[in-house]
Design a protein around this ligand. Structure first.
Ligand code: SIN
Ligand code: CO
Length: 393
């Protein structure tokens, strides 16, 4: 991975001259927008270039895909990494794209980019995907279920979009490409330009020359995913969330029929299944859920348990403590108590410390805080459960 520390984006990134209030009012989840030259120097300040991306694609831990083909030929092919340079040579010089998800977790300095999106709730931000496309490279016209900021980092790409489109997809096991696509709007994106797309807008980007895009994807859990998680949450409770009951039962007219009183009782029973803000069950379930949702890695305890003496010494030596890049931290205040949610673990926490822990960057900025024994206890807990990392050797 690169040795430069990843330049923090300029204040014009990602919205350019648009204020975040204007963006939220006029475009967020409403309509696509192209924002020109939000980071004009990006081409010369790339934290990760095409070669480094290819280097990451050689690693088994990277979620990498190679997609080749074209809309005209409908000859799409998907291969999954790790990849070696021979794989690209075999594909030739045109019509293929290398895509890697979660790049900011492999290269944590890139997490500083997420700070520029702090006009959105952090839990909505998912990952930074990088894609390198050889000239003509594309993943075909498609829709995504989440919002995305498509940032052109180097080279140029031609984007076409359509808010109205024909939904049928090409028959293909591994790639969701629309069978037909007619553009409503189109743009040429140059380095430093950005295209924001709300969910469900069909889009089709084709590299006009070798190009690199950084896509900041949003997290939009589905109702099915939330209900499935709630069901799992209930199943961990001793009473499994309670049982259907019918003390008001009257004589059945035909015992083979599922009668309407049964359905009405069922409806009432299910309507009370969603946890509520009363007793904060909804808040706690959601904090737990969203810090685990579709996580690609899970924290592992360190080989050797860290004791309080080691940690106190490390803190006085100002040894850096890092967030495990694959972990997620969010906090919420409930009745004056601050709760920290760390990848499925819930802890009470000092509010200043919770705020600091939930920043996107790699290293904890502990010098901004008065370290109390309660904070030391939380750090120790998070280190020994693998949510935080420290090098004591
Ligand atoms: C790409 O970066 O190649 C594709 C991104 C997208 O269309 O969502
Ligand atoms: Co897409």
């Amino acid at each position: 991975m690169p040795t430069n520390n990843g330049l923090a984006p300029p204040s014009s990134f990602p919205l350019g001259e648009l204020s975040s209030a204007e963006f939220l009012r006029d475009y967020w989840q409403k309509k696509p927008v192209v924002l020109r030259q939000v980071w004009p120097e990006i081409e010369h300040q790339l934290p990760i270039d095409a070669d480094e991306l290819a280097g990451l694609a050689t690693e088994a831990s990277a979620d990498s895909r190679l997609i080749s083909g074209s809309f005209e030929q409908q000859d799409w092919q998907v291969r999954y990494g790790p990849f070696q340079s021979d794989d690209y040579i075999a594909l030739g010089e045109e019509n293929w794209t290398l895509l890697i998800q979660d790049v900011e977790k492999h290269y944590p300095p890139l997490k500083s980019w997420l700070r520029s999106f702090n006009f959105l709730p952090g839990w909505r931000l998912d990952d930074i995907m990088l894609s390198f496309a050889a000239s003509g490279g594309s993943v075909g016209p498609h829709t995504d279920q989440y919002d995305v900021f498509l940032f052109q980092a180097s080279g140029t790409r031609h984007w076409q979009i359509a808010e109205q489109y024909n939904p049928p997809l090409l028959e293909h096991e591994e790639i969701k490409v629309l069978k037909n696509f007619t553009a409503e709007q189109e743009w040429e994106l140059n380095p430093g330009d950005l295209l924001y797309l709300p969910p469900g807008v069909a889009h089709f980007g084709v590299a006009t020359e070798n190009c690199l895009s950084y896509s900041i994807g949003l997290r939009t859990p589905s109702r099915a995913e939330m209900l499935a998680d709630l069901a799992e949450w209930y199943s961990r409770k001793e009473d499994q969330g309670g049982r259907y009951a019918d003390p008001d039962l009257v004589l059945a007219t035909d015992s083979g029929e599922i009668d309407s009183p049964s359905i009405s009782r069922m409806e009432k029973f299910l309507q009370t299944s969603i946890p509520t803000t009363e007793g904060a069950t909804l808040q706690h379930w959601f904090g737990d859920f969203i810090t685990r949702y579709r996580l690609s890695g899970s924290p592992a305890a360190p080989d050797k348990t860290i004791n309080q003496t080691d940690l106190t010494q490390a803190l006085s030596d100002k040894r850096p403590i890092y967030r495990n890049p694959w972990c997620r931290f969010f906090w919420q205040k409930i009745n004056d108590t601050t709760f920290l949610y760390a990848t499925g673990t819930t802890l009470t926490c000092d509010s200043n410390f919770a705020h600091l822990l939930c920043l996107p960057e790699d290293e904890l900025k502990l010098d901004q805080l008065k370290i109390t024994p309660t904070i030391v206890a939380v750090i120790l807990n998070l280190l020994n459960s693998g949510h935080l990392l420290i090098d004591l050797d």
